[in-house]
Design a protein around this ligand. Sequence first.
Ligand SMILES: *[C@@H]1O[C@H](CO)[C@@H](O)[C@H](O)[C@H]1NC(C)=O
Ligand SMILES: *[C@@H]1O[C@H](CO)[C@@H](O)[C@H](O)[C@H]1NC(C)=O
Ligand SMILES: *[C@@H]1O[C@H](CO)[C@@H](O)[C@H](O)[C@H]1NC(C)=O
Ligand SMILES: [Zn+2]
Length: 334
Amino acid sequence: MTFKMARGKAHQTLLALCLCYAVVETISAPMDVATRADGSVLVGDMLYSAAQWQSLLARNLHSKEVLWPKTNGVVKIPYKIANPKINVTLLKLAISAWESKTCLEFPELPAADTTTAEYLNILIEKSCWSGVGYAQGRVTNISIAGDECDLKGIIHEFGHAMGLQHEQSRSDRDDNIIVITANIQPGDEHNYKKFDTVNYGIPYDYYSVLQYDDRAASKTAARVMLARDARFQKVMGEGKEISFMNMKLVNTMYGCIDDWLTNCKLSPEPCKNGGFTKKDCSCACPLGTTGANCENFVMSYNDALIQKLTPHSANITKPGEVTSPGYPKFIRLG
Ligand SMILES: *[C@@H]1O[C@H](CO)[C@@H](O)[C@H](O)[C@H]1NC(C)=O
Ligand SMILES: *[C@@H]1O[C@H](CO)[C@@H](O)[C@H](O)[C@H]1NC(C)=O
Ligand SMILES: *[C@@H]1O[C@H](CO)[C@@H](O)[C@H](O)[C@H]1NC(C)=O
Ligand SMILES: [Zn+2]
């Protein structure tokens, strides 16, 4: 992954992109969803009829079929360090970033362990890539090689290992971005494939750690993606950490929120405006809301995100001249 968009560098990073997908497979995995007596399934606040659910399964939805199984109420994703040259400090920073924001646990297995074939195998191969999700009876390989595989890079690859697709591959991407296929490097079109992802009602996030920047896999360094909300054009690919929506998606996919609500004896969800109950029973509130239960809606997540990332941005309301000091460098303040 990791597109630092020095223009000429685009091509070199393609391998990572390709590999991200080379290992995508459609393997059935146990899914921890509660099937109701009539066969219907409740996912978050969306109820699927038995027929709808079966049709979803039949269409091989990546984001459901690649979930790691939950055993005795806990999703454990063990990992093994396959190469002693791995920077364990950095690896553990990425792991604790996900552990602190989700209910997933990543126990380390000794290199000699033979008790399970299903674990993350942390390798140093060429560049930064990962298999997508759980594969029954097999390892999920993750390569974290080179400088491009920095903390963000490893967090991104672990996102894939948990079953996440790229943001620009979500089923609803066309509502949020315009993909200019003519600008894609020939042979790399698969990097902009749209997947039939299940998004659990969680909105597209330009600031997702799974979002590529606008020139990724470009033929000529021209933009491949246009943000439909133009304020986000330069935000795409800039997300350095697990975004609110990344965290909410993983916690929804893996039933963490349902488990926390149960443990906290809370029902229905007390957190408003897109917030959700965390492990400590308090609310995780999206940007743009305040109050212990996120009950005060100040502005939308996207408006709040823009205000945080580019506090000096303003809408152009009358004709005039616009100057952009430092362009095209992304200016991050605060
Ligand atoms: C390992 O990663 C840490 C955290 O980013 C960094 O401080 C350290 O210099 C890295 N070690 C090596 C040997 O690269
Ligand atoms: C994982 O990587 C190892 C070492 O390169 C390789 O032997 C194995 O076939 C890979 N497994 C999968 C499932 O890709
Ligand atoms: C700019 O306009 C958009 C669309 O009308 C609005 O949502 C946004 O809040 C405005 N931003 C600023 C900084 O005024
Ligand atoms: Zn990726």
